[in-house]
Unconditional design. Structure first.
Length: 535
């Protein structure tokens, strides 16, 4: 962890740091990695803290030393394991600590067991029990619905592609004992079968500088889940009220030398007619190893002219890998540009063979050389399929001043590698890899009505980010759809028009991705540099 912290600090200007946080977690170890199963939750919190320009240090709570929290501006504890050991010194220090403390889910009763203090008298609320939901003969019930700022959120409840139920039913059943000391920020309601202790209970509680969260907001995250609420409440916890009118982003995806330039021109003309700036994910080299076909960007002048037309009309280019595929992969059947991965083998969850810093640098340089040959400016980077090794992500953060993707988080476990992509409702000034991230949080429109994310889904999910201060609704769309006109492909360009029209009606204003970060102030360089200078 110390090495990661040093790498992060090497990319950040001291004057930009707004605070530091200590993050403690239950030390349930993985035999493969000798690290906690719950480190992915910790990493997700660290990423979100990057929006507030906080640096952080994490460690198992069992290693806490007396007086340690007084070196930090905020403290977070993940109570992931009921009954986990918590040092008495940590509990005693919390009683004297005047800055924000966030306690997540379990082991809150240790204040009484270890110190003999009744929490309802000290904090004004108590935890009565831990609800694990109801699940008998396929009938289920659990604490599910949360109303926040006039919008109904829901804990995750769905079947994944392997027909495995994805849900986290655990919620601490809480009650307010003294409304002068504590008040509920958000309540959660029971759904389905079973007889809960109470049908509505507090989910987030505030007692002066102490914040209690009854469930894990990082478990099965989605736009409509408690994660989005938590991202907004952090403004109050860390006392940074970032108000911005609702903003939206659109990115044209997977543009590559095999594309029809007319689809790009048609799409850009529509966006220009609506005065909408946009991003473009461009792959500079097309490869298909099955027919030995390779097309370089400089070999397709019509596409280059279409991209220049786009840049002159509000488009910002983000290099979407170099080939968006890799010659050595277990995905041989799909090893074609935009279908395959480039920096990762998704089947095995390991980096591609030969992954090292020089290989990554040379591959990125090859792609940037193509853009330089044709005179196209590059504003940042998007990793193909949002997947790469930890090393690769560190390099992306060092080489590019903007990254426009969801970072991948990993943790080895006895049954394989735990892998998650994290989305954000706002700009992240530095993630755990040192990247400055432009958010993408709504996914893309498929070209088949059976796809899980049709336009109506993107529109519905965009509503949830309206509750977030400086919230951004961000989606991407493939210009190849502009070549379709039938119902099977959502009427082609009509899908884009429908989303943009609906988001505007919600109150969103479309902005350029490069306008979200004050690049000249933050990095002391211009917007369109190839690589970053020192931060």
């Amino acid at each position: 962890m110390k090495l990661i912290l040093l790498l992060l600090l090497s990319t950040i200007k001291t004057q930009d740091i707004r605070g530091n946080a200590l993050i403690l977690f239950d030390p349930i170890m993985s035999p493969k990695s000798n690290y906690s199963y719950y480190i992915l939750d910790v990493n997700q919190l660290e990423d979100v803290l990057g929006h507030f320009k906080f640096i952080y240090y994490h460690k198992p709570v069992s290693e806490y030393q007396k007086g340690e929290i007084f070196n930090y501006d905020a403290v977070f504890y993940f109570g992931s394991v009921q009954g986990a050991y918590i040092p008495k010194e940590f509990l005693e220090d919390i009683l004297r600590y005047k800055r924000p403390v966030v306690w997540i889910k379990s082991n809150f009763d240790n204040f009484q067991y270890e110190l003999g203090i009744k929490t309802d008298k000290l904090f004004g609320f108590k935890v009565d029990s831990l609800s694990e939901g109801y699940n008998v003969n396929g009938r289920r019930g659990f604490y599910r619905y949360l109303d926040y700022k006039g919008i109904r959120f829901s804990k995750w409840f769905s079947w994944n592609y392997m027909a495995k139920l994805e849900w986290d039913p655990e919620v601490a059943v809480t009650s307010i004992a003294d409304s002068n000391l504590a008040h509920p920020v958000v309540n959660i309601e029971w759904w389905g079968y079973g007889e809960p202790l109470r049908y509505k209970i507090p989910y987030i509680i505030r007692s002066k500088n102490f914040w209690y969260i009854a469930g894990d907001p990082f478990s099965y995250i989605g736009p409509s889940t408690p994660y989005t609420i938590f991202c907004d409440v952090l403004h109050d916890i860390l006392m940074q009220d970032h108000y911005q009118p609702p903003r939206a982003l659109v990115r044209l995806e997977d543009i590559n030398p095999s594309d029809n330039p007319e689809n790009i021109i048609k799409t850009v003309k529509y966006l220009r007619s609506q005065n909408i700036p946009f991003g473009m994910a461009v792959v500079p080299v097309y490869r298909n190893p099955y027919n030995n076909k390779i097309i370089y960007l400089h070999e397709v002048p019509k596409l280059v002219q279409a991209l220049k037309f786009a840049v002159n009309n509000g488009g910002k280019i983000f290099m979407h890998g170099t080939t968006h595929q890799q010659d050595i992969t277990t995905w041989q059947k799909y090893n074609i540009t935009t279908l395959a991965y480039e920096y990762f083998d998704f089947d095995t969850k390991i980096p591609v063979p030969g992954d090292n810093s020089m290989w990554v640098y040379e591959r990125i340089k090859e792609g940037l050389d193509e853009f330089n040959k044709v005179g196209l400016p590059v504003s940042g980077f998007e990793v193909p399929h949002y997947s790469a090794s930890r090393l690769d992500f560190y390099i992306f953060g060092q080489l590019f001043k903007l990254n426009y993707h969801r970072p991948a988080l990993y943790q080895e476990a006895p049954d394989g590698v735990a892998y998650e992509n994290q989305f954000f409702p706002y700009v992240i000034y530095w993630d755990i890899y040192g990247e400055t991230l432009i958010p993408e949080n709504l996914g893309y429109v498929g070209n088949d009505p059976g796809y899980y994310n049709p336009p109506d889904s993107i529109i519905a999910h965009a509503r949830y980010f309206l509750v977030v201060r400086d919230g951004i609704a961000s989606f991407f769309w493939h210009p190849t759809l502009a070549g379709y006109h039938d119902k099977r492909h959502f009427y082609g360009l009509e899908s884009l028009k429908k989303i943009i029209r609906s988001l505007k009606q919600m109150g969103y204003t479309f902005v350029s991705p490069t306008d979200l970060v004050e690049l000249k102030r933050y990095f002391n360089v211009g917007v369109e540099s190839t690589f970053t200078e020192s931060r």
